[in-house]
Design a protein around this ligand. Structure first.
Ligand SMILES: Cc1cc2nc3c(=O)[nH]c(=O)nc-3n(C[C@H](O)[C@H](O)[C@H](O)COP(=O)(O)OP(=O)(O)OC[C@H]3O[C@@H](n4cnc5c(N)ncnc54)[C@H](O)[C@@H]3O)c2cc1C
Length: 431
């Protein structure tokens, strides 16, 4: 394969952009990554749940041991209603472990981005440029250029838009499409507070959910902190970009302060001990067009889920795997550097491979948020009685297990033997 003279510009250094940096580095493809924030490693934002499919890919990159050290495994999820009544545990995570051999794990964004940064080879680290806000994208017949607000510019053959929900790359691909293609029905108050010392209520690995009309809570306890996400339904859905003020955050806390996160621990008490917090809108949707001239979207730029199933970053990682696999495949076959038509074909194959799965995952995440927030008597009944059944939970997880087992892996990276469960990973023999 010749990767000579081929260069990728990655726009955005969030979790998906950093995953792209790893994949491109492993493929031996030259790249530059541009990130508007002042640092690549971020010490802010909600913690993330890492699903077995994501762990499999991180295992391929040789990061699993470190991931296991930095994150906390999650098992049974205890569920309560707004009055603190037991509404039946979720055993989804337990079944995932049985099926695939990996416990879902919770990790802070700081630990995650530190790890993704520090494990890149020195040469790849030097290709990551913080403090680079890309303000425009232009193409010629032979190249694509990202211009930054500081006057610098970076040119390559392909631009990977990993620039999140308010993507500039997406606007470049479809300039006449709505700026905000996603619909927002919920907002989320997320916060982290220190794991209570010697608490048997919220010890590391504890996971809880509180469900009820208009509001649901998810809480996961890691070794040193607990991560809470409080979902609140907006008065009406909107396609506007919503920015919240500190007063609105206080108002959300005031409204739901009495709700239990676990027995003896309310939202108000946990929020008062917060280390960090934020209020964010939860856009939902999948854009139709992921590819344009020398440009392709990955992660939240292409699709935005509610976090109820912990799938956003995990899905973005899969995008990167499929895209870079296809890029490498085409490079092997190409004579000389790939042109516009060949790159569009790479994008087309990639989007086709991902689209249906991503639409399904987005709908599933939204459905779980709607069930947990009891918008009607029917959702309340389904959530309380149907979803509370372990038999139903096992059925639902097992229904998707074959698809999880077929999660794409990098075709050009060797790995040793990986943990498995009762549903063998597919494609392991190929790597
Ligand atoms: C409260 C909450 C909890 C979540 N929990 C989970 C979970 O448990 N598991 C999970 O898998 N997912 C979870 N998610 C979703 C997950 O955070 C996202 O799916 C993931 O961050 C997407 O990564 P990304 O790199 O595509 O986009 P982003 O994280 O949005 O990163 C985009 C990056 O691009 C940069 N950028 C944007 N525009 C420009 C520009 N013009 N120039 C230069 N840089 C630019 C931004 O600064 C940013 O760093 C959660 C989300 C929220 C809000």
């Amino acid at each position: 394969m010749s990767t000579d003279n081929f260069k990728v510009v990655v726009l955005g250094g969030g979790p998906v952009g950093l995953t792209a940096a790893h994949a491109l580095s492993r493929a031996g493809i030259d790249f530059v990554l541009l990130e508007t924030r002042p640092t690549i490693v971020v010490n802010a934002g909600a913690s993330l749940v890492l699903l077995p499919s994501g762990q499999r890919m991180l295992g391929q990159l040789g990061l699993l041991e470190e991931i296991n050290r930095l994150s906390t495994p999650l098992g049974k999820v205890q569920r309560f209603d707004h009055q603190g009544n037991d509404i039946g545990d979720f055993h989804f995570f337990v079944r995932m472990k049985e099926n695939h051999g990996f416990d879902p794990r919770v990790i802070s964004r700081y630990d995650l981005t530190s790890l993704l940064f520090s494990t890149l080879p020195a040469e790849a680290q030097s290709a990551l440029h913080p403090n680079k806000k890309v303000s425009s994208i232009t193409t010629t017949s032979t190249a694509i250029t990202a211009r930054c607000s500081d006057g610098t510019s970076y040119t390559g053959d392909l631009l990977i838009g990993a620039d999140g929900a308010h993507s500039l790359a997406r606007a470049f691909i479809a300039p006449t499409a709505p700026t905000h293609p996603f619909l927002t029905t919920f907002r989320i108050l997320w916060f982290r507070f220190p794991t209570p010392p010697s608490s048997n209520l919220f010890s590391p690995g504890t996971a809880t959910e509180t469900h009820g009309p208009g509001c649901a809570i998810q809480a996961f306890s890691a070794a040193d902190h607990c991560a809470v996400g409080l979902y609140e339904r907006l008065p009406s859905p909107t396609r506007e970009r919503v920015r919240f003020t500190p007063e609105e955050e206080t108002e959300v806390v005031r409204r739901w302060a009495h709700l239990p996160i676990s027995p003896g621990l309310t939202v108000g008490k946990a929020y008062a001990a917060r280390i960090q917090a934020g209020l964010a809108d939860l856009e939902e949707g999948v854009v139709e067009e992921w590819i344009g001239e020398r440009t392709v979207l990955v992660g939240d730029a292409a699709h935005k889920f509610t976090p109820s199933t912990g799938a956003g970053w995990n899905t973005g990682m899969e995008d990167v795997v499929v895209l870079v696999n296809e890029l490498v495949r085409r490079m092997k076959a190409a004579v000389g550097v790939m042109g516009v038509a060949e790159l569009r074909e790479v994008g087309r194959v990639y989007q086709e491979a991902r689209f249906t799965t991503v639409v399904g995952d987005c709908e599933l995440a939204g459905r779980m948020t709607r069930l947990a927030t009891w918008g009607s008597g029917v959702t309340r009944f389904l959530d309380r009685w149907f979803m509370g059944s372990q038999r139903v939970q096992r059925f639902l997880i097992d229904k998707g297990a074959q698809a999880v087992a077929r999660t794409p892996v990098l075709e050009f990276v060797e790995v040793g033997k990986m943990e498995g469960g009762r549903v063998p990973w597919v494609g392991r023999e190929n790597i």
